[in-house]
Ligand binder design. Structure first.
Ligand code: ATP
Ligand code: PAF
Ligand code: BAL
Length: 293
């Protein structure tokens, strides 16, 4: 596995790869590092359908609010290199801040509407930061495929919309959420949790399972479903609720009732536990009564 630090090094590698095999398929797995099984599942999916797998590691300041955890976000390049190499990543692209942003950018990519709800409401500017850096990564790496986890389902919706609206020539592959054995969605931020916080964090998935069960039993009033979920979450004293939301997916339209809804619906939660913000969701296919977790 090669670790490349500069855009120029990747450009040379790209030319070399295309000279060897013009038709080689390049897959990109964008991450902020501190890898876990969730990230690795994206690499496994990329390995299946791409000749070359590039993983980027870049903690993007543009997507963090002023009071968020940019400075303390976990970083461990040596550990990430070992994990990525073991899994068969071909190129680890790890640009420094100055490589991605030699000066303050005057250009940003903003997707409207679907970025103004859920995490977009709690983290103003977050999705513009994400869309801008992902556009830069697409322009730098020029992947045929890019892999994103559905733990960040709103991010998937935003990127798919952006790729569609701007005719970006890349195929987006959304990948299922990977969970710990006890149901907690894997996240780099789980390392922030104390043992007690970690235990109470199980309420996220439990509340989503409760919401899903109510829908399967025929409950169609989204306020009632949210009330049940809220009670479960707030039974944990360390949990502070950010939001519980039930919307169409990927359009993220508000739904008061699920009556007559045929497409996919997302049930999403965001909480703070101590200083740590965690998100999780479940996507339910109402048409076929298929449930993706
Ligand atoms: N548990 C998971 N299952 C599947 N994909 C995941 C999981 N966790 C993260 N990913 C995906 O990995 C990619 C990189 O995410 P990122 O590096 O931000 O990791 P993270 O664990 O989500 O970190 P954070 O704690 O910041 O949310 C994203 O597409 C994200 O959705
Ligand atoms: C897609 C991403 C790498 C952009 O910084 C980030 O938002 C993430 O890790 O999900
Ligand atoms: N995985 C989403 C990146 C963020 O929380 O900033």
């Amino acid at each position: 596995m090669k670790t490349l630090r500069s855009i120029e090094e990747w450009r040379r590698e790209y030319v070399r790869l295309k000279e060897q095999n013009y038709h080689c398929k390049i897959g990109l797995v964008p991450t902020m590092g501190y890898l876990h099984e969730g990230h690795l599942s994206l690499v496994k999916q990329a390995r299946v359908e791409c000749d070359i797998v590039v993983m980027s590691i870049f903690v993007n300041p543009l997507q963090f609010g002023v009071n968020e955890d940019f400075d303390r976000y976990p970083r461990d390049l040596k550990r990430d290199q070992a994990l990525a190499a073991k899994l068969g990543v071909d190129v680890l692209f790890v640009p420094e801040l100055g490589e991605m942003y030699p000066q303050e950018p005057l250009t940003a990519v903003t997707v409207s509407g679907i970025t103004e709800v859920m995490c977009g409401q709690s983290r103003p500017g977050h999705f513009t930061g994400v869309a801008t850096v992902v556009t830069k990564l697409f322009n730098i790496i020029r992947p045929d495929y890019a892999y994103f986890g559905l733990k960040d389902a709103q991010q998937v919706a935003v990127i798919q919309q952006m790729v569609h609206d701007l005719n970006i020539p890349v195929i987006i592959r959304p990948c299922p959420i990977v969970r710990e054995e006890d149901g907690l969605a894997m996240s780099s931020r789980n390392v922030y949790l104390s043992a007690e916080e970690r235990q109470q964090a199980l309420a996220l998935n439990k509340s989503l399972q409760e919401g899903k069960a109510l829908i399967k039993q025929g409950e169609r009033d989204t306020d009632k479903i949210k009330e049940h979920m809220k009670a479960m979450l707030l039974s944990q004293p360390l949990i502070e609720l950010d939001y519980i939301d039930i919307r169409s997916f990927p359009g993220l339209k508000a739904l008061e009732s699920l009556d007559g809804v045929k497409g996919q619906v997302i049930v999403a939660v965001a909480v703070k536990i101590g200083r740590t913000r965690l998100i999780d969701n479940v996507i339910i296919d109402m048409g076929e009564e298929r449930v993706h977790v």
